[in-house]
Design a protein around this ligand. Structure first.
Ligand SMILES: Nc1nc2c(ncn2[C@@H]2O[C@H](COP(=O)(O)OP(=O)(O)OP(=O)(O)O)[C@@H](O)[C@H]2O)c(=O)[nH]1
Ligand SMILES: [Mg+2]
Length: 247
């Protein structure tokens, strides 16, 4: 919830409910915000489910699932901090594929005794559209170099400009908003001192030229965005304003 623009939170909830999702909690697993709401909600849901006859076994064992790099492992660690005052039990990292296998169950609560299974992130085998794919990639669900850092930076710049989120102008000391990714990355690279030597093959011999390192600049742009320094963003904002498709 700390990185997302939640100014239209009710619309987001309505949209998710139309897709069949219920019992939504917005959390920040780094600062443990709203995490305490989870155990009571899960306990009530399991308790009211007809599928469980838990007369003998009072333990809850629940699987945490989701796309890669969304914070599944962070959620488990945060629950442990909140309910057990215990440290990290499962590895967290800023790129997809940190959790590689279903882990053994991790206790997150004493009363009720609740255990969670951490799982590797999964993506649907087919992504609906190129734009959906770019949004997922911008959130770090696939390794950046597989899509291309510059391609991602281009989509990020397009999104920020469309949403009128012009924090990047000040952050990188640019003259103004710009929709040309090459000139933005050039300015970013120069500002950060990210230059590289490139060999140019000419008819009269090789010449070394110094030019901006566009990939390094793109990486910095993505990292800055993902750390929230360019402001909260709701990548699916347009979806909230389009009427639901006919069933
Ligand atoms: N700002 C912010 N960052 C978060 C939050 N939750 C997790 N992160 C960060 O997101 C990154 C991914 O977190 P993980 O917990 O490893 O994500 P995961 O879903 O387990 O990832 P995989 O195991 O690779 O599928 C890490 O850099 C976390 O610090 C959050 O609520 N807010
Ligand atoms: Mg994980």
């Amino acid at each position: 919830m700390d990185l997302a623009d939640l100014s239209e939170q009710q619309k987001i909830i309505q949209h998710l409910e139309r897709e069949g999702l219920k019992n939504i909690i917005f959390t920040n697993c780094v600062k443990d915000e709203n995490v305490k709401q989870i155990v009571p909600m899960v306990t009530a849901l399991v308790g009211s489910s007809y599928r469980y006859h838990r007369g003998e076994n009072a333990e809850y064992c629940i699987m945490v699932i989701g796309v890669p790099n969304v914070g599944k492992s962070s959620l488990i660690n945060s629950l442990r901090r909140q309910h057990l005052r215990k440290g990290k039990a499962t590895r967290v990292g800023g790129e997809p594929g940190i959790t590689r296998a279903v882990m053994s169950k991790i206790q997150v609560c004493e009363r009720p005794p609740m255990f969670l299974l951490d799982t590797p992130g999964v993506l649907a085998p087919r992504i609906g559209s190129v734009e959906t794919g770019l949004k997922l990639a911008l959130c770090g669900t696939v390794l950046d170099h597989l899509v291309g850092e510059e391609t991602l930076a281009d989509y990020l710049l397009y999104t920020l400009n469309r949403h009128q989120l012009l924090g990047y102008v000040q952050h990188y000391g640019l003259d103004g908003a710009c929709d040309d990714v090459v000139s933005v990355l050039k300015r970013v690279a120069v500002r950060l001192g990210k230059m590289q030597k490139v060999k140019v093959l000419t008819g009269t011999g090789d010449v070394n030229v110094i030019q901006p390192n566009y990939t390094a600049a793109a990486r910095d742009f993505l990292r800055t965005f993902r750390s929230g320094l360019l402001g909260p963003v709701m990548l699916d904002r347009d979806m909230l304003h389009t009427p639901p498709a006919d069933p």
